[in-house]
Design a protein around this ligand. Structure first.
Ligand SMILES: Nc1ncnc2c1ncn2[C@@H]1O[C@H](COP(=O)(O)OP(=O)(O)OP(=O)(O)O)[C@@H](O)[C@H]1O
Length: 231
């Protein structure tokens, strides 16, 4: 299978603290990967490096995906724009026509249970609603690569399951590679193929549900371990 993302010997140091050391990882196209680990282990840092938001101190990152959707831990919406305008922002930035963008944006908001809230501003929405707007914004571009940084924190379990369901149906129409950072393996999107645990610098362990033919260099495959499948 073609790789979606390759991390080659990636190291990250913040203020003389080594957060990531020599991470080697190939994420195949279409793989659903969950990334867990304690607070401060460097999970968000890996996502930001993959998205190109920060540059590693050393090493290389090769992105084969062109359209990257990112759901941050906190919603990060533009406060002066409506929910709909926040969602369609990445489409307009790509040159999509207003009419088509609005149609796609409304559809995505509806899938997130937010029909009727298109013209609301972020400060008129609850925390969970804002997070759903940010998920819609990531999905509206029909990403090749979707990066989720604990997007369900603070959402009640029923809402989380409903959003997972809508996300699954949105993703099932194409081969999207998914990297989902989560503290809660049970709360992750149901179909993770592989679980990676980042425990401390240079210790990225893979607990694969499907054993890869060869574990990527620098990654310890200690599976197979069946992950709980919610529902
Ligand atoms: N821009 C930065 N400048 C300095 N230190 C940083 C920066 N970004 C992250 N760090 C530090 O790097 C470490 C890893 O942060 P990161 O956010 O990647 O952890 P995490 O595993 O995602 O944690 P959490 O589960 O709490 O979100 C932390 O100690 C954090 O303080």
């Amino acid at each position: 299978m073609n790789p979606a993302v390759e991390l080659i010997n990636v190291c990250m140091t913040f203020q003389n603290r080594e957060i990531l050391q020599h991470i080697n990882l190939v994420i195949p196209e279409g793989q659903r990967m969950a990334l867990t680990g304690p607070s401060g282990a460097g999970k968000s840092t890996i996502l930001k490096i993959i998205a190109g938001l920060i540059t590693p101190t050393s090493g290389r990152i090769i992105r084969h995906s062109r359209k990257i959707g990112y759901v941050f831990q906190e919603p990060r919406l533009l406060p002066w724009e409506t929910a709909l305008k926040n969602v369609i922002f990445p489409l307009l930035a790509r040159g999509e026509r207003q009419h088509h963008a609005s149609e796609a944006g409304r559809e995505c908001l509806a899938k997130m249970g937010l029909s009727g809230f298109e013209q609301h501003y972020p400060d008129q929405l609850s925390g969970g609603m804002k997070q759903r707007v940010s998920i819609a914004r990531a999905l509206v571009i029909e990403p090749d690569l979707l990066l989720l940084d604990e997007p369900f924190t603070g959402l009640d379990p029923n809402l989380r399951d409903s959003i997972c369901h809508h996300m699954e149906s949105a993703l099932s129409q194409k081969t999207t590679t998914l990297i989902h950072v989560t503290h809660d393996a049970e709360g992750m999107i149901h179909t993770a193929d592989t679980l990676y645990t980042l425990t401390a610098p240079d210790t990225l362990h893979a607990l694969p549900r499907r054993i890869p033919s060869a574990a990527p260099e620098g990654v310890t495959a200690t599976g197979p371990t069946a992950l709980p499948r919610p529902g």
